[in-house]
Write a protein that binds this ligand. Sequence first.
Ligand code: NBP
Length: 480
Amino acid sequence: GRAQIGVTGLAVMGRNLARNFARNGYTVAVHNRTYGRTRDLVEQFGGEGDFVPAETAEEFVAALERPRRVMIMVKAGGPTDTVIEEFAELLEPGDVIIDGGNAHFEDTRRREAALRERGLHFVGTGVSGGEEGALNGPSIMPGGSPESYESLGPMLERIAARAPDGTPCTTHVGPDGAGHFVKMVHNGIEYADMQLIAEAYQLLRDVAGYAPDEIADIFRGWNEGRLGSYLIEITAEVLTHTDAATGAPFVDVVADRAEQKGTGRWTVQTALGLGTPVPGIAEAVFARSLSGHTELRTAASPLPGPQRTPMGRDEAADFADGVERSLYASKVISYAQGWDMIRAGSEEYDWHIDLSDVAAIWRAGCIIRARFLDRIRAAFTSDPWLPTLLADPEFAKELGEAQYAWRDVVAASVRNGVPAPGMSSALAYYDGLRAPRLPAALLQAQRDYFGAHTYQRTDREGTFHTLWGGDREEIRTDGG
Ligand code: NBP
């Protein structure tokens, strides 16, 4: 065999990744369950590089140099298991199977363990950037053994996106499911980012009274500054688009029900299991869910909201400035929650994920690519043990500077009846973490009252219970 890599599963993602490898000078074996897709790929794009089309799995495996590298790009779930099993049968110890689909990291852990038993390397890898990224350079988040990265890493580094400083947006994230875990959190952060941008839009529209094309201009301005990112850029593009059929702003003709494929939900479910607070991501998942509940929305639609007072031009411009601060501060909070979760996952599964590397490989190629990821990289480079992004001196300073505008914007959302669950929850997280005292003290006392769940004291060591039903004497329950 002479192909350095094989790609099986040639729908949009697989086809574009195969082309990306070929354009970078690799000989690529290509295979798909239905041969038509393989033939189409070679007919349409054969001129871009060196493809070896294979009709059967056996031909495909025979076309590969050793150790063989087989990248699977099929539908996540059952189909991925089927295809892994099909190829595992044909491969030999030392060969590498790569799953670039959107697998749940627990599935990746299971598959990696099973294939390791059979002497095969299994690399579950996150791939972000959609179709376009797959073709021109995605952000790639591979897990698996260090040995598999030695064999595969240089190829991934060639096809990955490049950060502004020229470094490839891929790295060995960690063992077994680490890559898919980090990809999952990426998607969770993406949900939060999108929700916050959407809230900023709605506040500019309903509170400040701007039209969609004016909001597009405001976003374009923000895109030049610290909020500069792919998502802000495409939001401005969407807001300038006019619907051809009606002549109305496109955003006004799209049904306001947001769908989801499930990676945001996975992030929140996993965070609940890890005991990591990610309320910003959770609010974003729930906001999509709420939007889709037409029956609830219809039933609640007669409920009264507050009277809104229109803003003058100057007031609106000031408000827009406050929304920028509020969006930025809330975004920092979402990323702080995401990184907290990556650290928690890394500790739970013993992955030793480098937190600054994660920021580095998201600087280009992926959906959340943004200017400020370089600052997150810098924060974790200067202090790998930084407990939270909020404690980084620069982010802390910016949050402090944003806080009054942030509070005003959240207050305006409440006063005007324009929901901003992402921004308000981000502010509550900020205030929650910095609070010298939380009402958790009262909660714990309630728990002790009804369930004898005990409590600790602020003034001395030990575990205590108050005999609430009796004379309220305090007893020590830890034998001290
Ligand atoms: P799809 O997720 O739509 O999957 C289609 C591919 O799976 C086809 O090649 C199809 O073969 C193959 N397949 C199926 Br379905 N069942 C199979 C089976 N039992 N045995 C063999 N092959 C089977 O493709 P996609 O949108 O290109 O995505 C590929 C993976 O990448 C997915 O896991 C996806 O979640 C992930 N991903 C997608 C994006 C994105 O932006 N779309 C981004 C990042 C990751 P056929 O041609 O014979 O039907």
